[in-house]
Every structure is written in C-alpha cells, then in structure tokens.
Ligand binder design. Sequence first.
Ligand code: HEM
Length: 361
Amino acid sequence: MSLNVLRAPIRRAVVCAPFPKARLRPSFRHYSTPPPERKSNFGLYAGLGVAVLGAAGYYLYTSNTGSVTEAAGALKANFKPTREDYQKVYNKIALLLDEADSYDDGSYGPLILRLAWHSSGTYDKETNTGGSNYATMRFAPESLHGANAGLQLARELMEKIKREFPWISYGDLWTLGGVAAVQEMAGPKIPWRPGRIDGFDQHVTPDGRLPDASQGADHLRKIFYRMGFNDQEIVALCGAHALGRCHTDRSGFEGPWTFAPTTLTNDFYKLLFEETWTWKKWNGPKQLEDKKTKSLMMLPTDYVITQDKSFKKYAKSYADSEEVFFKDFSAVISKLFELGVPTEQFSTSEPWVLKSLDEQK
Ligand code: HEM
C-alpha cells in the first residue's frame, strides 16, 4: 500500500483544524506584476543562448545572494550521468519533501512543484525565450518578481540537493523536483528527461509572464496561449491547486484549496462544482471561500474555469473522473517542464518514468 494513502488522512486532520488567524499585510503583493516598460533584449538573449549552448558542460551557478562560483564537480572530466544517477537525485528530493514536520501541511511538495512551474511558465513561444532551460530564477530581478515571492525557500532546499549532485543543471534539478513532488504526493507518473543547461543573468525573463490570480478568462488565455497551451491544458494545469495553499506574506491570498493539500486528487474540480463559493469578506485581495466551512479558498482565476463555457466542459470532465484528470495532468506537466528546451539538448528521445520511493521498496 502506498504510504501516501496512510499520510492523507493524517494530513487531512491537520488541515481541518481551525486555521490560525493570518496576519494581514497592509498592501498586497499581487501574483503577477505588470511587465516593465523598457524594451526587452530578446534578440541579444537569443544570441547569448547559442553561446551558452556552445559552452554546454560548463556549469555556472550563483547563490541566491548573487555571488558567482564555478560548480567544480560539473567540470570533472566527462562524467555522463545515467538514468540511475537521476533516480538517485529523485530519491534524495523525495526524502527532502517529507522533512517538513513543522512546515505548512507537512510536506515541501507543493512549494517545490510551484518552483518547477514558475521556472517553466515564463516561456514565450513567439520569441522562444524563457522556460525551464536556463533556470533564470536564480538571478535578480527574476528571483524578486512578485510572482516568485516565497520561492527563495524552495531554491534553498534544492541547493542542498545540488551540493550533493553538482553535475546536475538547475533546470533539470528543479523540474525533477516537480516530478518528484507530483509522484510522491500520490499523483500520476510524469515522464521526464534531462538536458537543460544553466544560463546567465542576461537570460532572465521580464516580469509579468506568470498569471495574475485576480484576473479572468481572457488573461488566463493570453498567458497560457503564449506558452503554447490550449483550453483543455489550461484547465488540467489548474488542477495542481489541489495541492498546497496560499500565504498572505507571499501572494496576499490565504488558505488551501482542498482538505488534503499534500495528496493530488481531482478534489479541486469536485469542490469547485459541489460547494457554494462566496466572496470572502476580509481586508485582503478578492478571493472566494466555501460557504459551508469557510476554510477553503478559490482564486478568481480558479473560479473562472466554472464560468467560462469552454473551460467548464473540461473542468466538469475532471470533476467526474480522476483517471481522466491524471492522464491529462501527466501529459501537460511533462509539456510544461520541457518549455524552452531545444529538443536536441535532451539526452534521450523518449522521456523516462522514474520510480517513486514506494515502488523501490
Ligand atoms: C492558472 C493560473 C495560476 C494562478 C493565477 C496561480 C496562482 C497561485 C497563487 C496566488 C498561489 C499562492 C502562492 C502563495 O501565496 O504561497 C499559488 C500556489 C500554488 N500554485 Fe498556482 N497558480 C496558477 C497555476 C498553477 C499551475 C499551472 C501550477 C502547477 C502546475 C500551480 C501550482 C501551485 C502550487 C502547488 C501552489 C501551492 C504552493 C505552496 O503551497 O506553497 N499553479 N498559485
């Protein structure tokens, strides 16, 4: 039996307990801040990208405080990591996710998944910039973008793994973290393959590429179409909000979406349709709460998928079948994590399905 099955009720009990009253901040950091007015340097970035490709194997990394150091281990002669090496990294991440007894709901999984998504979701298909390839969130100003508030902790956690496996690129490490988070929190298998390389601060993406939770359907389409997703994929991606919670000191929003925020289920969609949602009366940004317990939340962008005709069709099908949701979620997360990575960079043409900790017992 999967350990997650046992963990879920425990976590559910924790989450059902009354929430401590959140300290409200006087001004709210919205999830996304407007794009900068100055012109971006994407032509230049593309050229530099080619230079970086030429320098593949030469790993440069920076700490969150901005100091630059060579990853000595990566330069060691001709080390070619195998699938088993990546499985070892996966295993270390999986163990780390559970070292969170006094953090949120007892797992770093949701936070680590958010890091993987925010590092991939900056992709722009028109300019072919952003995405998971260069792990540019290591650098300011991207590390300081309002949307990324709270992810410094995630980057610090992943740094522990990086120290042990210096040969792995940050892009591979962070996306593998997302894979481990989904699989260890009882979600579907996420096919994944390595090949991302580390970029430089010149590659940071402009602010405003990630979604703003206070907006509507047009905004969701603008942001996710830019990444190359369609309506069905947008709705499937939103199901990640079965996991984790909002924090007033990060996004300004507050609370979890489901009663079991460390287990991936289709509860997000079920709750959207089964509960009555009303606007929360509080001194914070507009969010919804469930009428019955007032302990769950929905963002305006979450609620929109029940209001928009096209989105609603898919949301309903995911509410009706966890199997259908898992199948589509797996495919769309794989696609998300590969955004911005040139195909020829991948070390295998067929993505791998790495084993969960339970499967290796
Ligand atoms: C549809 C557009 C989306 C919007 C507007 C949005 C917005 C947000 C916001 C405001 C938070 C709360 C952050 C905090 O206060 O800590 C959050 C958390 C989270 N988001 Fe999203 N998100 C979106 C899509 C996604 C996608 C595509 C994924 C993953 C595939 C995702 C995964 C998560 C997770 C796992 C958390 C919980 C993090 C934690 O518990 O620390 N979100 N999101």
